[in-house]
Ligand binder design. Structure first.
Ligand code: FE2
Length: 191
């Protein structure tokens, strides 16, 4: 193996170790008999802070392109999960996380139909272990009596999609009057 190839392989392993210190908390149960396919998991990463307040609008005081993501939280039978909690954290448009005051961090409570709406700014990219991560939003989905499910949402057309990106987690985007819109339904397992 050439030196360059060895170096590249070592870097990939390093990234996997750094990014993957995280447990992949909830492996998706692949069961083709489910009417709704469960949302695939993704690592939590190192920047989660528990205890974010409830708020539907994130980053209101920050510059950036407005992004609205809405949809439903469902179970494997496609039944809505009322009052499910969508716990979100993300970077600003320059790829910076904030660690005080829960800036760009917040929990959204779905309504009785499991519907949620997140209003935020489009996340920027950042370099981790020498690799550029694609734009993404971290999410933990939970509901009373259920274990939380952790994943990341990505966006179509991003040239930095890495090995964590799964096609099912790539959001399609629409744009109107300078705001980007996307729909995404989370599907988590309920016993
Ligand atoms: Fe991240």
């Amino acid at each position: 193996m050439k030196k360059k190839t060895v170096g590249m392989a070592a870097s990939v392993i390093l990234v996997a170790v750094v990014l993957g210190t995280f447990v992949w908390p909830n492996p998706v149960i692949q069961n083709p008999s489910f009417a709704c396919a469960l949302t695939e998991g993704n690592p939590q990463g190192p920047y989660y802070i528990p205890g974010a307040p409830y708020k539907e609008k994130l980053g209101e005081s920050l510059e950036g392109q407005k992004l609205i993501i809405s949809g439903q939280v469902l179970n494997q039978h496609c039944d809505p999960i009322p009052e499910a909690i969508v716990d979100v954290w993300q970077t600003d448009s320059n790829g910076n996380y904030y660690f005080e005051d829960f800036t760009l961090r917040g929990k959204i409570k779905a309504d009785k139909y499991g519907q949620y709406k997140l209003e935020t700014i489009f996340p920027g990219k950042y370099s981790e272990a020498g690799f550029m991560r694609p734009a993404h939003i971290h999410v933990k989905i939970s509901a009373p009596g259920l274990l939380s499910h952790t994943t990341q949402l990505y966006f179509e057309g991003d040239e930095h999609h890495d090995f964590f990106v799964k096609p099912s987690l790539i959001l399609k985007l629409d744009e109107k009057d300078g705001t980007r819109y996307s729909d995404f339904d989370f599907v988590i397992f309920t016993p």
